[in-house]
Design a protein around this ligand. Structure first.
Ligand SMILES: [Zn+2]
Ligand SMILES: [Zn+2]
Length: 568
């Protein structure tokens, strides 16, 4: 367990205690322990004795030790059993924290989304101290959104589930080959369920192995061609495993990957040739069934190149397929330009992040910790930024063929000023500017803040330009046309933040940026080594906007990138 994850569990315990209406001192002990870890510049591996940290007492220390040793917390497990099951989901409603929910529970007996809705509709919530009529109305609209969301599963949720299922399927000997299919394979922002395609000659053995190993809350169907389960866990998705014979696999995978519109076009193309695509192969004009070894062979049969799943939307992939080789792939990426370390709110040190980038095969990367304004994230003062620079210099001396650059993710403050002065910025290799506060300002004010950053000659990039979090918040609604025009005018990069919670810019905005010829950087914004994996999602998402690799600055060589920074 890394530091970030330990801090998360401590925060979760504090929230559950709040839901229980526990003693304020007990709650704050967990928050203090989390902050103590956050503010310590070392990674978890480097701290030998957590009790030596100011803010960590005996009780919280034993929770941390248990987490490090077992990966679990019995304290949290206990709380999860005690707190009514309907309460934690209410935390997803913006504006309702643990304390408010505890009050609703204690005074109105509200223990679920349903009872909260009823109480709001009857006007009982606004009668409580601290709850206005407006709050009540807001809760009702948010409840409605919440209901809609639970029917679909965001990419960020599936992105943690799919690798676990992949690992199970990879361990089953009788499986020839398998792949996730459906909208997840196409990197849609949300999916109704998860689909898998499996090739085997021993369906019964495969079925038994899947049922034995996959943690299912419910088995909906368990045949030799399709197994359908609901996974365990909060808001867990349905998973369908479809089992076919190896020769049917390529066509079936294509079919169940979709999209529907793409499949309709493919069937039309087949029809024009007097052929028919079924789930398992292509019926030729003479009535024989042709099967394929791979999807590429399937496409080749129709004189098409391999169309990546991300592009299968039923339109542009048939009109512009000669552009496919120009699109970015994970193999083109040479750098990650946005990441955090233990200096601010990251889990790993400068050196650990640097080594991880080298292992990815990158040629360069930028350390961009938060700036001083972001106190909750332990943002850096100019003095600490200078100290960090020494660490980066030392790292570069140890390694060859790789360059770690000095950067910052500098806050654009609510009053429209920047968190660092020009002389601080002038000393850095790469400057990111971003908004993390006062999202609800009117658009003009938001745009004024962004304009200040855009005009500053030291700023190189705007990170997560809209501030959205998928399924959770809409962001601060900038005027995107204007922002792109400024990026063009001042030669700034716009970010595609590849964190699956963000994917910001979104596809539509990426298309606008590409049309204007604005440079884009795909960055992970990693707060821990494991999150560097988001680059793959980022590149696939960029494909959906048909972004050419030449537009993406982190596919460039180190020399070209540095030249761009000096000449911009
Ligand atoms: Zn940020
Ligand atoms: Zn960041």
């Amino acid at each position: 367990m890394n530091k970030k994850e330990v801090i998360k569990v401590l925060e979760k315990i504090a929230t559950y205690l709040e839901l229980q209406g526990a003693n304020a001192f007990r709650i704050s002990a967990y928050r203090k322990a989390g902050a103590a870890l956050e503010n310590d510049p070392r990674s978890m591996e480097e701290i030998d004795d957590v009790t030596a940290l100011k803010g960590i007492g005996k009780g919280t220390a034993s929770v941390i030790t248990e987490l490090l040793e077992t990966g679990e917390s019995s304290e949290l497990k206990q709380l999860q059993q005690e707190v009514p099951v309907g309460l934690p989901p209410l935390l997803k409603i913006p504006g309702l924290g643990g304390k408010k929910i505890a009050k609703l529970y204690a005074e109105l007996g509200i223990d679920s989304a349903e009872s909260l809705k009823a109480a709001c509709e009857e006007g009982r919530v606004q009668q409580l101290a601290g709850f206005a009529k407006k709050t009540e109305e807001k809760i009702l609209t948010e409840l409605e959104k919440l209901g809609k969301r639970s029917e679909s599963h965001p990419l960020w949720q599936l992105e943690t589930i799919v690798p676990k299922l992949d690992a199970i399927l990879a361990s089953i000997e009788e499986i020839d080959t398998f792949s996730v299919a459906g909208s997840y394979r196409r990197i849609k922002e949300s999916s109704k369920d998860v689909d898998y395609m499996i090739a085997t000659n021993e369906p019964t053995a495969v079925k038994e192995a899947i049922l034995a190993q996959v943690e299912a809350a419910e088995v909906i169907a368990a045949g030799d061609t399709k197994i359908s389960v609901v996974l365990t866990g909060e808001d867990a998705p349905n998973v369908d495993f479809r089992i076919v014979e190896p020769e049917q696999y390529a066509t079936a995978l294509h079919h169940f990957t979709g999209s529907k519109d793409h499949n309709v076009r493919m069937r039309q193309i087949a029809k024009e040739r007097g052929e028919k695509i079924s789930e398992y192969g292509v019926e030729l004009a003479d009535g024989t069934m042709q099967t394929f070894q791979t999807e590429a062979e399937f496409f080749a049969h129709f004189d098409l190149p391999f169309i990546p799943p991300t592009l299968r939307e039923g339109k542009r992939e048939f009109e512009s397929y000669t552009d496919i080789p120009k699109l970015v792939t994970i193999e083109d990426v040479r750098a990650d330009l946005h990441m955090h370390t233990t200096w601010s709110d990251g889990a790993h040190t400068v050196e650990e992040m640097g080594r991880a980038l080298i292992e990815k095969g990158y040629t360069h990367g930028v350390i961009t910790d938060h700036s001083q304004y972001l106190k909750v994230a332990n943002g850096l003062t100019p003095e600490r930024l200078l100290q960090q620079q020494e660490e980066i210099f030392a790292f570069n001396k140890q390694v060859e063929g790789f360059h770690l650059l000095r950067g910052t993710e500098m806050d654009i403050l609510p009053d429209g000023t920047l968190d660092f002065s020009d002389d601080v910025l002038a000393n850095l290799d790469f400057v990111i500017a971003s908004i993390h506060s006062s999202f609800s300002q009117p658009q003009e004010q938001i745009m004024e803040r962004l304009h200040t950053a855009m005009k500053n000659p030291h700023v190189d990039m705007i990170a997560h330009p809209t501030g959205r979090v998928i399924h959770q918040r809409d962001g601060y609604n900038p005027d995107m046309e204007q922002l792109i025009a400024w990026a063009k005018e001042y030669g700034k990069i716009l970010e595609l933040n590849a964190n699956p919670y963000r994917l910001d810019l979104c596809i539509e905005h990426l298309e606008m940026a590409a049309k204007a010829g604005v440079k884009v950087a795909i960055n992970t914004d990693a707060h821990a080594i494991e999150q560097l994996r988001y680059m793959e999602i980022g590149t696939k998402y960029a494909q959906k906007a048909w972004l050419h690799k030449d537009l993406i600055v982190n596919t460039w060589s180190f020399e070209r990138f540095m030249k761009f920074l000096t000449n911009k």
